[in-house]
Design a protein around this ligand. Structure first.
Ligand SMILES: Cc1cc2nc3c(=O)[nH]c(=O)nc-3n(C[C@H](O)[C@H](O)[C@H](O)COP(=O)(O)OP(=O)(O)OC[C@H]3O[C@@H](n4cnc5c(N)ncnc54)[C@H](O)[C@@H]3O)c2cc1C
Ligand code: SF4
Length: 329
C-alpha cells in the first residue's frame, strides 16, 4: 500500500477545499470499498480525508412527503428507518439484500453510490484493465465474463455496476445533492452513473473535489408500492446476478404509473423507460409483464459466458412485477 496523508474535517466546505487542493485526495466514509482497494493497490490516494464528522447523517422528511438521506447515513440505519419502510420499501429491501450486517453497519450511502466494480480483472493489478489503467486493454472481453454486463457495454469495458441500493434509488427517481468547489448542484441519479464508452475510468459525473451531501427521494404512489428482487449464486453475502426494482400504481386493474430498474446486467444501474412504457396503461396481466420484460432487455449484447443473464433478467423482472401486483403464476 502506498503511504498516504490522513486528515479529518468537520465541515463540508473544508472537505471540498482540502480535496480540491490535492489532485490525488480521496474522501473516506465507511472505508469498506476504498480501504479494500487500497490494500490491493487498485486505489493509491496521496491523501485520505475522513468525512465522518460532517453533519450528513440520518433520514429526514421533506415537505410533500419525500425524504432526504444524508450521505453518511449507514446502510443498516436507512434500511430500518420508518420513513423508508413506509414510503420506499424497495430501498429498504435492496439495502437488506446487500453485503452483510457488519458491512451495512459501517458502509455509508454516499460510499455505496460510488462503490467500484467487482470485475476480477479490475482488482488484479497484474492484468490489463482499461478502467484501472486507461489504454491497457480489457481482460474480460474474451476472458472470464459470466458476471459481466449485457447492457451499456462498449469495446473498452463490459464491467457490471455492482451495487443494489442505486438500482432501487434509480427506480425511485432519486436526486443526488452535491457540493463542489464551484458551489452546490443536484443530479438525477439516472444521470449520475455513466456507461463506459471509450473512457471506462470515468464512472460518474462527479468531478474531483465534489462531495455527495445527500440523496433525496420524492413521494409517489409507485414508490409506496415498490419492491426489490435479487437473484444471486448463494442466499446471502453475494452480489446480484440479476435484480429488479419495480414500482407500480395500479387502479381498477390497470397500471397508471410504473418504474423499472435492473441490476447485475448493466454497466450502470439500469433504469428501463422501455419497460415502463410497456406497462403504463395496460391491464395487470402476465402478457403485460412479459412484454415489459422483453422491452427491458432489447439491445442486450451477451458475451461468451453470460447470455443466460438475458432470460434470467427477464424472469426476475416478471417475478418482481407479479409479486408486487399480487398475481400468482
Ligand atoms: C464482501 C463485500 C460484499 C458486498 N456486497 C454488496 C452487495 O451485495 N450489494 C451492494 O450494493 N454492495 C455490496 N458491497 C459494497 C458495499 O456496500 C460498499 O463497499 C459500501 O457501500 C461503500 O460504502 P463506504 O461508506 O464504506 O464507502 P468508502 O469505502 O468509504 O468510499 C467508497 C468511495 O466513495 C467515496 N466517497 C464516500 N463518501 C463520499 C461522499 N459523501 N462524497 C463523495 N465521495 C464519497 C470515497 O472517496 C471512495 O472513492 C459489498 C462489499 C464487500 C466488501
Ligand atoms: S470489464 Fe472493465 S473493469 Fe473489467 S477488465 Fe475490462 S475494462 Fe477492466
Amino acid at each position: 500500500m502506498r503511504a498516504f496523508e490522513f486528515s479529518r474535517t468537520k465541515t463540508a466546505g473544508d472537505a471540498v477545499m482540502m480535496a480540491t487542493a490535492q489532485p490525488e485526495a480521496k474522501f473516506i466514509a465507511g472505508g469498506t470499498n476504498l480501504v479494500d482497494l487500497m490494500r490491493i493497490n487498485v486505489e493509491a490516494p496521496a491523501q485520505v480525508i475522513d468525512i465522518n464528522a460532517l453533519p450528513l447523517k440520518g433520514v429526514s422528511a421533506l415537505p410533500g412527503g419525500g425524504i432526504r438521506i444524508g450521505a453518511l447515513a449507514r446502510m443498516s440505519e436507512v434500511a430500518q428507518h420508518p420513513l423508508v419502510l413506509s414510503g420506499f420499501p424497495a430501498l429498504s429491501q435492496a439495502l437488506l439484500l446487500s453485503a452483510s450486517p457488519q458491512l451495512r453497519n459501517k458502509a455509508s450511502v454516499g460510499g455505496n453510490l460510488l462503490q467500484r466494480t467487482r470485475c476480477p480483472y479490475f482488482r488484479d493489478v497484474a492484468l490489463p484493465c482499461n478502467k484501472r489503467e486507461p489504454g491497457s486493454g480489457c481482460s474480460a472481453i474474451g476472458g472470464e465474463n459470466r458476471m459481466q454486463a449485457v447492457l451499456g457495454t462498449s469495446d473498452a469495458c463490459i464491467a457490471t455496476y455492482a451495487g443494489d441500493m442505486a438500482v432501487a434509488m434509480s427506480a425511485l427517481d432519486a436526486v443526488v445533492r452535491i457540493r463542489g468547489p464551484k458551489g452546490d448542484r443536484t443530479v438525477n441519479l439516472v444521470e449520475f452513473h455513466l456507461t463506459p464508452g471509450t473512457t471506462p475510468d470515468v464512472e460518474t459525473v462527479l468531478q474531483h473535489g465534489e462531495l455527495i451531501l445527500a440523496v433525496d427521494l420524492p413521494a409517489a404512489p409507485h414508490a409506496v408500492s415498490s419492491l426489490y428482487l435479487k437473484v444471486r449464486d448463494r442466499a446471502s453475502y453475494e452480489f446480484a446476478l440479476t435484480s429488479a426494482a419495480v414500482g407500480m400504481n395500479v387502479q381498477a386493474g390497470r397500471v397508471v404509473s410504473a418504474r423499472v430498474a435492473l441490476g447485475g446486467i448493466g454497466t450502470r444501474p439500469w433504469r428501463s423507460p422501455e419497460a415502463e412504457a410497456a406497462l403504463v396503461g395496460q391491464p395487470v396481466s402476465e402478457a403485460t409483464f412479459a412484454a415489459a420484460a422483453r422491452a427491458a432487455l432489447t439491445g442486450a449484447r451477451p458475451q461468451s459466458q453470460n447470455a443466460f443473464k438475458i432470460p434470467l433478467a427477464q424472469r426476475t423482472l416478471v417475478k418482481a412485477l407479479r409479486q408486487l401486483a399480487g398475481v400468482t403464476a
